[in-house]
Design a protein around this ligand. Structure first.
Ligand code: BDR
Ligand code: CA
Length: 313
């Protein structure tokens, strides 16, 4: 049976690929809704982009619900320097002809989790964890009802991408991340330690472009835009493709390796704000609270994504 999921996301080109790959995998993933959050770009762009993606995928029955427009306590930090002004720069997706569902994304999460059998819904979080933390705060009962949270965020061996110490999603809303790791919900983290190995090299982007459908063309165009900043920054043969690791983990966990460990979030220090302090070597007696993924099979990852994007219009 397909896993029922709610995406929480700030698309973002890599969020887009994660969502499209899930929409192209109906046998394994049932997308109940897409909740937007402010992150890569402000909320009006993330909501507009989510709507453009469900239209691209021909899946307009999947509701898009707008969530929080800023972190719990901090000023919003965005990443137009990576994703462009719209967040999906590079693609020429049309304006959406559909609208977001009325209501708040946090309420959608709470109501949807409560409306389904306990242990059946997963949250797939691809941006700052503001909505997820607020939902858990507002309705603590959902912690015991969620199957799991699978999130892209954090870094230990690869340290930071927005500061020397922190990964973007956790940095933007560290208080929210701290609440999520303390929530007791089964957690899978896909940090930079794995995503930095998933590089969209020229042949991998060409494989999307060569699919002959609109979705493949859009994915290739988006990744060709968002890779520019990272290629200059890292000097690698391809830019890391972060958020699709979440979808791929749900589809094919055997492609990934990690450990069940304790992860805590630094919220007090100015210098290391948002650092994910991962006890990978078990040097404390703090209880494990996350399955922390460290590595994955990049060739199989890209083959899987390409196969699923191929099923879309
Ligand atoms: C994360 O930050 C965003 O820029 C990406 O969409 C991804 O979720 C990577 O650090
Ligand atoms: Ca994201």
């Amino acid at each position: 049976m397909a896993e029922k999921v709610i995406f929480d996301t700030d698309p973002g080109q890599d969020d887009a690929v994660a969502i499209l790959a899930a929409l192209g995998s109906p046998a394994e993933i049932e997308v109940l809704g897409i909740v937007t959050v402010a992150g890569n770009i402000p909320i009006h762009h993330t909501t507009r982009n989510a709507l453009r993606l469900v239209e691209l995928a021909g899946r307009t029955e999947v509701p898009v619900i707008q969530g929080c427009d800023r972190p719990l306590v901090r000023r919003l930090v965005t990443a137009e320097h990576v994703h462009g002004q719209t967040g999906l720069d590079g693609s020429d997706l049309p304006e959406p002809s559909i609208a977001a569902r009325p209501g708040h994304g946090v309420d959608f999460i709470v109501e949807t989790v409560r409306a389904h059998e306990a242990g059946t819904i997963s949250l797939l979080a691809l941006g700052p964890l503001t909505n997820v933390a607020l939902a858990l705060q507002k309705a603590p009962d959902i912690a015991g009802r969620l199957k799991r949270i699978v999130l892209m965020g954090g870094a230990y061996f690869e340290v930071g991408n927005i500061t020397p110490a922190a990964e973007f999603n956790i940095y933007v809303d560290p208080e929210a991340a701290a609440m999520v790791v303390a929530s007791g919900v089964p957690l899978v983290m896909l940090p930079l330690d794995v995503t930095h190995a998933m590089r969209s090299t020229k042949p991998r982007i060409a494989a999307f472009a060569g699919l002959g459908n609109r979705a493949g063309e859009a994915v290739a165009a988006m990744l060709s835009f968002s890779e520019v900043y990272d290629l200059r920054k890292y000097g690698w043969d391809g830019a890391p493709l972060h958020d699709p690791c979440v979808t791929a983990y749900v589809l094919a966990p055997h492609l990934f390796e990690g450990r069940h460990i304790n992860v805590e979030i630094e919220t007090a220090s100015a210098l290391t704000r948002g650092m994910t302090v991962a006890d990978y070597w078990g040097v404390t007696d703090r209880a494990p609270n996350a399955f922390y993924v460290r590595s994955g099979d990049a060739d199989a990852f890209f083959a899987l994504l390409t196969e699923r994007i191929a099923t879309l219009p």
